[in-house]
Design a binder for this molecule. Sequence first.
Ligand code: MG
Length: 164
Amino acid sequence: MSTIRIGHGWDLHRLVVGKPLLLGGVSVKSPLGADAHSDGDVLLHALVDAILGAAALGDIGEHFPPTQAQWKDADSSTLLAKVLAILADERPGWQLGNVDATVILEKPSLKEYKPMIQKSLAKLLGLPLEQISVKAKTCEKLGPIGHGEAISALVTVLLCADTD
Ligand code: MG
């Protein structure tokens, strides 16, 4: 028998001039980037929280406090790798089932980036492409995201374990 656990993650960062815009480890060409203590990859941050949530192992802020200098400008793919290692240690036998991600950003359009982001996530997670979904939406020019002041991401994951 297989047991499943669902997890969801959400993140938002302010957009500012002169910072890189990284999504799922992919560099997106944009005059605005995420203002953050780490590299500001909202998609990886939401993914990390979704995995931690599915495993009931806390949240990204507990594991990588923004008050600690060691996480300044941290590569978020390193944070993801550390969380996968924590998952393997704390929840042996549990595997990622699928990942469904939505990025909310007014511009630039992520149409050409979505396949790259999907491939990058598949590589970082060691999963086939068909288990990774990357979607993109705007905020219809409404609110801080719609005004180009912020970027957000939502991620849902399943963890699966054989419990025979
Ligand atoms: Mg974040």
